[in-house]
Design a protein around this ligand. Structure first.
Ligand code: ADP
Length: 489
């Protein structure tokens, strides 16, 4: 059963119960009220008659007669009496029908208790059947019971009123129920329409079509509105997560294919050189001849190539490992690191790097006593990545390392400035990407294109930032900013 049918059913059943209770209470109340009015009227009449019993005394013998009916206010009251005469009951009636009520009279004489009764009477002349209510009471004269009085009245009016009320209540209930059921059905449809929209949209998504789906809703911001808004937000998040996933998946694929490509080049060189050596030495063995001087030179060169390529592979594999660790979400272990000794150490070791440019470490005194939360080894690696690059891409001129403060002392900066070839503006946004190498670097300078990607990861891990400015043929400046943990001021 649909929610809509259930809602309508509940609603209608509840209304039916309310109407039933209301109808029963109303009917019971009105019926009690009308019957009690009739009863009190009968009693009033009976009391009045009691007062007006006609007593006739004849030679010491008393006879009793009912008063004239016209003397009473309503002709719709009928009087009958039984008089006790010589121990027998003699009936007197002033109406045109007679009804035997000796049994009731005897009950009154026995119990001396008044009571009411409803019965059906037949009008002798019109043969009409009438529902009546009667009141019985003993007739006292001078504290002696002389007879029994019956006062009765037709109750057709009361019954018709109650019957009409019953019809009216039935019709009212049926109409109200029919109206409320159809209104309920209509309203449930209106209220549940947005749910239908949600179902349609989510089914479209389920069927795989389209994550760009949004549920269109222009209604008020009620529970349904909030539900739709939540689902729309959820869809947006799924969409984002999905596109992020796709992006990272394609990055990963590119990374693997770039890495294999980068590994293949040195391996091919190594294979070529090994083949060459093998050929030369096989020839010498087969011909039992000595290796010529020229062949010896070629062998040495081949071995040098092999060693150089092996170093390159080692560097590449180390870099790949570092990035794989970064991708796996490995966090760098950090502790307070003093900057001054770190810089002194880097400056000292940098002078031994292969270089043609001059090495100019600046004045590091403002870093005295400054600490950052970081990892000493990774911070050194970070600075060496930039310094090695600066030397690599600067044939003549100088490479400087300076330290500076920023953000009112909240940040410490390391500036590596060279006067080398610079970076083309269009290459600049890409230099931190994995395997990216500006065109002129390729083939000219050794490198993997992973150095700056690793540097970026280390900076991010230290919650720092990096700025780069470059002018082609004039040089490049990198500034790394790290948050200060503690400073002497
Ligand atoms: P690589 O191993 O090629 O040096 P990096 O990731 O360290 O890889 O650098 C990426 C690219 O950025 C380099 O190939 C080079 O084109 C450019 N680059 C980096 N540092 C400098 C610099 N100091 N001067 C000029 N170009 C640079």
């Amino acid at each position: 059963m649909t929610i809509r049918s259930r809602l309508t059913l509940w609603y209608t059943t509840l209304l039916a119960v309310i109407l039933l209770v209301f109808g029963v209470v109303l009917y019971a109340f009105l019926s009690a009220k009308l019957y009690s009015d009739v009863k009190s009227e009968l009693k009033t009449q009976a009391d009045a008659i009691q007062q007006n019993i006609i007593v006739v005394e004849f030679f010491g013998r008393r006879t009793y007669t009912l008063p004239r009916l016209e003397g009473f206010k309503s002709a719709s009251f009928f009087l009958q009496a039984y008089w006790i005469r010589n121990g027998r009951l003699i009936q007197e009636s002033n109406v045109d029908f007679h009804m035997d009520f000796s049994a009731q009279a005897e009950r009154i004489l026995r119990e001396k208790e008044n009571f009411y009764e409803t019965f059906e009477a037949v009008n002798a002349s019109t043969r009409e059947r009438l529902r009546m209510m009667a009141y019985y009471q003993p007739v006292y004269v001078e504290n002696e019971i002389v007879g029994v009085l019956q006062v009765s009245t037709p109750i057709e009016g009361v019954m018709t009123t109650l019957q009409n009320l019953e019809y009216f209540l039935w019709i009212l209930s049926v109409c109200t129920l029919a109206l409320s059921a159809s209104m309920g059905w209509f309203m449930a449809r209106k209220a549940l329409k947005p749910i239908g929209l949600i179902i349609q949209s989510t089914q479209r998504i389920e069927n795989g079509a389209d994550l760009d789906q949004q549920i269109e809703y222009h209604g008020p911001n009620d529970e349904i509105g909030q539900l739709i808004e939540t689902i729309n937000n959820m869809l947006a998040r799924i969409r984002n997560a999905y596109s992020e996933l796709e992006e990272s998946y394609s990055m990963q694929r590119r990374f693997v294919s770039d890495a294999s490509h980068e590994l293949r080049t040195p391996l091919t060189t190594i294979r070529g050189n090994v083949d060459l050596l093998e050929k030369m030495w096989n020839r010498a063995r087969d011909e039992k001849a000595a290796v010529t001087g020229e062949e010896l030179d070629m062998s040495v060169e081949a071995l040098r190539d092999i060693a150089e390529e092996a170093r390159r592979i080692t560097r590449l594999v180390n870099d790949l490992l570092a990035l794989a660790r970064a991708d796996a979400g490995v966090e760098i272990e950090k502790e307070p690191v003093e900057i001054r000794p770190l810089l002194d150490e880097v400056a000292r070791r940098a002078q031994f790097l292969p270089r043609t440019a001059e090495w100019v470490p600046g004045d590091f005194s403002i870093a005295d006593g400054v600490k950052v939360l970081g990892n000493k080894d990774y911070l050194q690696q970070l600075l060496f990545i930039f310094i090695e690059n600066a030397f690599k891409y600067t044939d003549t001129g100088e490479v400087r390392l300076e330290v500076l403060k920023g953000g009112q002392g909240r940040y410490i900066g390391f500036r590596i400035q060279d006067s080398g070839r610079g970076i083309e503006p269009e290459a600049l946004p890409h230099i931190f990407e994995r395997f990216y190498r500006a065109d002129e670097s390729r083939g000219q300078k050794p490198g993997t294109g992973l150095g700056l990607a690793i540097a970026k990861w280390i900076i991010d891990e230290h919650e720092g930032s990096v700025e780069v400015t470059s002018l082609v043929n004039h040089g490049t400046t990198f500034t790394i900013w790290l948050p200060v943990l503690q400073s002497p001021e």
